[in-house]
Design a protein around this ligand. Structure first.
Ligand SMILES: [Zn+2]
Length: 516
């Protein structure tokens, strides 16, 4: 350390003054111990709750580094070192990803070159101090006051949005009471059979809520993830009811969520309808009157390419047009297409378009491809975490189209592990989607004689977000020259369309007669 570095020498001072200042450090050095003004070998961090800490500065060559984890801890920011050797500073909405000795950092969606790469030493991750503190100054949720010359940081933590979470035992199960400072958009997302995520958009939680275990005797556990602003509740209980109350005297709102033991029915709370009642109502009035056909790929994305050079995008468009014509001639159903020509449609827009036009059944058309030229047949997928390796592989391949899209960062990595994306709406239709998928397989095989490769589930981006039963139909293998040739003929495409229409007929009739 040098005392010199702490003193700013204004270059505009007249010469005599410059001289005095240049002498000063020497004087300071002599008396530094006695005065003990600032030891600039460390950062002093102070918080508005009066806690404080000293973080040492480590010098490597001409660069000064600080312990990123210690600083994050002081500011209630999550710091993650994951299995892929990534170091992540979880600044809200702008996570910062770095590697040890990596000269690039990802700041939100931007990639930034680092002239002084961070490094790991004895399990401490050191980041160049200026880079780290600038990030904190810009993106930390609270109010940051920075003084580089005295290496001082004062932090005023942000107002919490989620004030408390209570878990209360009841005869029928448990009740959660979540007190919120304001009204937030809340999403309830079933993750699997035992976990449900309550997702709040862009909220700040009271520090200390980050982990919490209700009474050990209750079969309920919960945890917060500040990064995704969600409360994850794990239990064998069923979701009964969710209801928002307030604002009360303190202007706070309370979100009530009941989780029920098996055999107990949800009880109506207070006034108004719950989210679940509304979904039930919507499903009761469900009537399939509009079908969305989604020919895969298009434009700059050719999809899979056959041995003869034929493109998946062209064959599935032709099939989609035949299907539209056939549906219109057989039923009094409306048909809309996500594309009826050779143009590119981003995956996300396909389902948002389907929702926008109020579609009731979503059919995405594709052709499969594999290295073997002999594999043939049709298979149908519906949206759920992939159960088999090959389903996973196919999902990865169909999802690959994202590389053609401009805003990649809207798509979260859809591996089995972080499969947290099933929207509430879609999960309501998993059963219907699976039923329709089975019908498609059966009827198309009957009409075409194509090998029935069965129904499978996988996580396809194109199906996510569709608020209606949705399937992805791999009508055949473009990698099989015989099958690719068949799809080049209108005669064969008509057979496939007839099979799809047979399935639609049964599906539409069963869903209107069951009076759901
Ligand atoms: Zn495809």
């Amino acid at each position: 350390m040098t005392v010199m570095s702490c003193l700013k020498v204004p270059s505009s001072l007249p010469l005599p003054a410059m001289k005095i200042i240049q002498v000063l450090p020497v004087v300071f050095l002599l008396f530094a111990d006695c005065f003990a003004l600032h030891d600039h070998n460390h950062w002093s961090i102070k918080r508005d709750d009066n806690s404080a800490s000293i973080i040492p500065v480590r010098r490597e060559g001409r660069t000064e580094y600080v312990d990123a984890s210690a600083i994050c801890q002081m500011l209630d920011l999550d710091f993650v070192h994951d299995m892929n050797e990534q170091y992540i500073i979880c600044l809200p909405r702008t996570p910062v990803l770095m590697y040890s000795s990596g000269s690039f950092a990802m700041v939100g969606a931007d990639i930034i070159h680092l002239s002084s790469p961070p490094f790991e030493s004895e399990n401490i991750f050191f980041v160049e101090e200026k880079f780290l503190f600038d990030l904190i100054y810009r993106y930390a949720p609270g109010q940051v006051d920075l003084r580089y010359d005295g290496r001082m940081l004062t932090y005023k933590s942000p107002e919490a949005d989620i004030l408390s979470v209570q878990c209360i035992e009841e005869e029928t199960g448990v009740r959660y009471e979540i007190v919120m400072a304001r009204n937030y958009a809340v999403n309830v997302i079933p993750l699997d059979s035992i976990r449900v995520a309550i997702e709040f958009k862009d909220v700040r939680i009271t520090p200390g809520l980050t982990s919490g275990f209700p009474d050990e005797n209750l079969p309920v556990r919960h945890s917060w993830s500040q990064d995704s602003s969600s409360l994850i509740i794990q239990s064998d209980y069923l979701i009964g009811n969710i209801h928002q109350m307030g604002p009360d005297k303190g202007n706070t709102l309370t979100l009530r969520l009941s989780l029920l033991k098996n055999g107990f029915a949800p009880r109506a709370w207070d006034q108004g309808k719950s989210v679940f009642d509304e979904i039930q109502d919507a499903m009761d009035s469900w009537k399939i009157d509009k079908i969305v056909i989604d020919p895969g790929h298009g434009g700059k994305d050719p999809g899979a390419i056959g041995k003869s050079g034929v493109y998946e995008k062209d064959l599935v468009l032709a099939l989609g047009l035949t299907l539209r014509k056939t549906i219109k001639s057989r039923f009094r159903l409306e048909v809309v297409m996500t594309r009826d020509d050779d143009f590119f449609v981003p995956l996300k827009e396909r389902t948002s378009f389907a929702n926008h036009v109020d579609g009731k059944l979503f059919i995405s058309l594709h052709l499969n491809s594999i290295t073997s030229t002999r594999t043939r047949g049709a298979e149908t997928y519906f949206l759920a975490p992939a159960k088999t390796k090959s389903a996973m592989k196919l999902a990865l391949k169909e999802n690959e189209v994202i590389k053609y899209e401009e805003s990649k960062f809207d798509y979260v990595d859809l591996t089995e592990e972080n499969y947290i994306l099933l929207s509430m709406a879609q999960s309501q239709f998993v059963k219907e989607s699976e039923e329709f998928a089975a019908l498609v397989q059966e009827k198309v095989a009957l009409r075409t004689g194509a090998r029935d490769r069965g129904v499978d589930q996988a996580a396809f981006y194109v199906l996510i977000g569709a608020s209606m039963p949705a399937i992805l139909f791999e009508a055949g293998f473009i990698s099989n020259p015989d099958e690719a040739k068949k799809f080049g003929t209108e005669k064969y495409r008509q057979k496939v369309a007839d099979g799809l229409c047979d399935a639609i007929e049964i599906f539409v009739n069963s869903s209107s007669s069951s009076e759901r």
